[in-house]
Design a protein around this ligand. Structure first.
Ligand SMILES: [Zn+2]
Length: 602
C-alpha cells in the first residue's frame, strides 16, 4: 500500500485560514490574562517577606497550576500547527504572522508564570515540604528542585519578566531572521537554480562534481549574506553574554555552566566525554582515510564528507520501501516500535515529499492534545534519507512511550533526546549489516559507520570548540566575518588535522545550529547521544530479554532526572568517568577496523 507523504493535521485545524485559529487565540488571551491576575499575588509576595504555608496560599497555587495545565497544551498545539504550516510552505505570510502571535502568547504565559517559579525557588524548605504533599504539584517536583539548585542565577521578578518580554523582538527575532534567510536563499547547481533545501540534498549526490557544486552554491549563497549571518551569531551571543553577566552577581555563571544546565549533565561529564573524544579523534581520521581509499580520490574535501558509499548497486529506496525497512528493523528489536512506524506513515504524521517551498533539515515535533508526534524531512530516496528518517522516528518513539505522562515530566534535555534517535539509527544499521547480501551492501553500512564516526569524533567537537572560541571572542567585542572564518578554520584544524585537505570556512553561517535563538551549544548533545547510545546498545546483548523494559524505563525517566541519574539508575554506570566514554569509543574503533578491512572496489 502507499503511505501518506504529507502531514494530515486536519484533526487540529482545517487550514491556516480556519476561523477556529483566531477563536482559540482569543480564548487563550483571556486565559493568559486570568493567569496573570492569579499569579500577581506571588509577584507581590516576592517584594515582601515570603508567607508561610497556609490554606489560602495552597488554594492560590492549586488554581495557578490547574490553569497552567489547561492552557499550556493548547498554546503548544497551536504553535506546533502554525510552525508546521510554515515548514512546508515557507512563504506563507499568514503562518509567519501567527508564529509571532503564538510566540507572543507563549512569552506572556511564561511571564505570567515566572513569579510563581521564582517564589517556589526562594520558598523555605518547610514550605516546599508542605507543598509536595499536594497532588497537583507532583509533576512539577523535578523542575522545582532543579530550579532551587540553581537559584544563584535567578534575577528579580521584574528583571526576569523584562528579559523574556524583550527576547521576543530581540534574541528570538535573530533566530527567525536566520530561518527566513535559509528558506529564501537559492543557488545554482549544474546550470539550474534551486532553493537551499534542494541543494542540501545534492550535497549527498554520488557525483563528486555535483556535490562540490552544491557545497559551493551553499557557501556562495551564505557568504553573499555573510554580514547578515555575522550579525545574527553576534547578536544572539551578545544577548546571552549580557544576560549571563546579569545572572552572575552571586557566583560566576559560565557559558558552559549554562550549556550543561540545559542539557542536565555536569561539567565533569562534559569534560570526561570531550577529553575521551580528543584522545581518540584518530578513529575519525582513520574513517576518513578509509573513505578516501574507497572513493579513489587523492585527498578528502568537505564535499566528500557527504558522499554516499561508492558502490555500483547503490540502492535507492522509495518512500514506502524506506518505511517498511525501518519498521522491520525496529520490529526486530521491539515489535511495538515497528508497528508505531507504520502507524506514523498511515496516519499522515510524517511529511517527507520533496517540494520547493519547504524548509531545510529534518525534525520531530508533536502535538500535546492529543499527544501525537510529527516528523519532518525531505525524502529523495538515498540511504542517508533512510537513516535520517529512522533518526527522527526514534525521537517520535521517545515521545510516544511518554504519551501517558504529564507534559511537565516529558521535557527531556537535548543530551537525552539524541539517545533515542541515534539508538534508532543504530537499529537500522545493525539490521542492514546482519542482512547484507554482498560486498556492496556491507560497504554501504561500513561507509555509514565511517561517516558517523568522523561526524561525531571530528565535526561535532569542532563545532563545540568553534562555539567556545566564538563566545570567548564575543565577550571582547563584535566578531567580524574574517575572524569567524579564522575561528572556524582553527576549530577544524584541531579536530580534523590533515585528514581533510580543505576546511569549511563558512560553516558558522551555513549551519543552522549556531543561529538557534533558543539554545547555545547545540552540538555536544549529539556526541553524547551517539556514545551513550552505544553504551546502551552494548547492554542490549548483555541483558537480553530484560533489556526492552529497561530501555523504555530509561526513556521515560529522561524528563525527570539528570543524565547522570538516569544512567546510574538504569545502567549502573558513572558517566563522569572517562571509562564510560572510552568503552563506547572502543565499539566505534571496532566498527572502523571492520570498515578498513572491506575490500577496495576496482
Ligand atoms: Zn535528532
Amino acid at each position: 500500500m502507499a503511505y501518506l507523504q504529507n502531514w494530515d493535521n486536519a484533526v487540529h485545524y482545517s487550514d491556516i485560514d480556519d476561523a477556529k485559529i483566531n477563536a482559540d487565540i482569543a480564548e487563550l488571551r483571556v486565559e493568559v490574562e486570568a493567569l496573570e491576575v492569579e499569579t500577581k499575588t506571588f509577584a507581590d509576595h516576592l517584594n515582601a517577606e515570603l508567607p508561610a504555608w497556609n490554606d489560602e496560599i495552597k488554594a492560590q497555587l492549586s488554581a495557578v497550576f490547574v490553569r497552567l495545565d489547561a492552557i499550556s497544551p493548547r498554546i503548544h498545539n497551536l504553535s506546533v500547527y502554525v510552525q508546521s504550516v510554515a515548514t512546508i510552505d515557507s512563504g506563507n505570510v499568514e503562518a509567519k504572522k501567527l508564529i509571532s502571535v503564538m510566540q507572543g502568547l507563549g512569552s506572556n504565559m511564561g511571564q505570567a508564570f515566572a513569579p510563581v517559579m521564582v517564589f517556589l525557588t526562594r520558598a523555605s524548605d518547610d514550605f516546599i515540604t508542605s507543598l509536595y504533599e499536594q497532588d497537583f504539584i507532583a509533576p512539577y517536583k523535578f523542575r522545582i528542585d532543579y530550579s532551587r539548585q540553581h537559584s544563584d542565577q535567578l534575577l528579580s521578578v521584574n528583571e526576569e519578566n523584562l528579559i523574556s518580554a524583550m527576547a521576543q523582538n530581540g534574541l528570538q527575532a535573530w533566530g527567525n531572521l536566520y530561518n527566513e534567510l535559509s528558506s529564501s536563499l537559492s543557488g545554482e547547481v549544474n546550470g539550474e537554480t534551486y532553493g537551499l533545501a534542494k541543494i542540501f540534498n545534492m550535497q549527498f549526490d554520488e557525483d563528486r562534481d555535483t556535490r562540490e557544486q552544491a557545497w559551493r552554491a551553499t557557501q556562495g549563497a551564505w557568504s553573499g549574506r555573510a554580514e547578515t549571518a555575522a550579525y545574527i551569531v553576534n547578536s544572539i551571543n551578545g544577548w546571552r553574554i549580557e544576560e549571563r553577566k546579569k545572572r552572575s552577581t552571586i557566583s560566576e555563571y559560565h557559558y558552559l555552566d549554562e550549556a550543561v544546565r540545559d542539557s542536565r549533565v555536569s561539567r565533569k561529564t562534559l569534560d570526561a566525554m570531550m577529553g575521551a573524544a580528543y584522545d581518540r579523534r584518530d578513529i575519525g581520521h582513520r574513517a576518513l582515510a578509509g573513505m578516501q581509499k574507497q572513493l579513489g580520490v587523492r585527498e578528502m574535501r568537505p564535499w566528500d564528507l557527504t558522499s554516499p558509499a561508492p558502490v555500483s548497486s547503490n540502492a535507492t529506496y522509495t518512500y514506502d520501501e524506506a518505511i517498511d525497512l525501518i519498521a522491520k528493523c525496529f520490529s526486530a528489536f521491539n515489535p511495538e516500535m515497528g508497528a508505531f512506524v507504520v502507524m506514523m506513515a498511515e496516519k499522515g504524521w510524517i511529511d517527507a515529499e520533496p517540494t520547493d517551498t519547504r524548509r531545510t533539515g529534518a525534525y520531530c515535533t508533536g502535538f500535546s492534545e492529543p499527544r501525537e508526534p510529527r516528523v519532518f524531512m525531505t525524502f529523495e530516496g538515498t540511504m542517508t534519507n533512510v537513516t535520517t528518517l529512522a533518526h527522527e522516528l526514534g525521537h517520535a518513539w521517545h515521545n510516544w512511550v511518554m504519551r501517558d505522562m504529564h507534559k511537565s515530566l516529558t521535557q527531556y534535555p537535548m543530551t537525552l533526546a539524541e539517545t533515542a534517535s541515534i539508538f534508532a539509527e543504530n537499529l537500522v544499521r545493525d539490521y542492514l549489516f546482519t542482512h547484507a547480501k554482498d560486498e556492496d551492501a556491507k560497504l554501504v553500512i561500513g561507509w555509514n559507520d565511517a561517516e558517523m564516526a568522523t561526524a561525531m569524533l571530528n565535526n561535532i567537537p569542532a563545532r563545540f570548540d568553534f562555539e567556545r572560541s566564538l563566545v570567548d571572542a564575543r565577550i571582547k567585542g563584535f566578531v567580524p566575518e574574517p575572524q569567524l572564518v579564522a575561528l572556524m578554520g582553527d576549530a577544524w584544524g584541531k579536530w580534523y588535522d590533515d585528514s581533510l585537505a580543505e576546511y569549511d570556512p563558512y560553516f558558522w553561517a551555513t549551519k543552522l545550529h549556531f543561529s538557534i535563538s533558543g539554545m547555545g551549544f547545540y552540538n555536544f548533545p549529539y556526541l553524547f547521544g551517539y556514545l551513550f547510545s552505544l553504551g546502551v546498545y552494548q547492554q542490549k546483548d548483555e541483558l537480553g530479554d530484560r533489556f526492552n523494559d529497561l530501555y523504555t524505563g530509561l526513556l521515560r525517566d529522561t524528563g525527570s532526572m539528570t543524565a547522570e541519574q538516569v544512567v546510574m539508575k538504569h545502567l549502573s554506570r558513572d558517566i563522569e568517568k572517562p571509562e564510560f566514554w572510552h568503552n563506547s569509543l572502543d565499539m566505534v574503533d571496532k566498527a572502523i577496523a571492520q570498515f578498513e578491512n572491506l575490500p577496495v572496489k576496482a
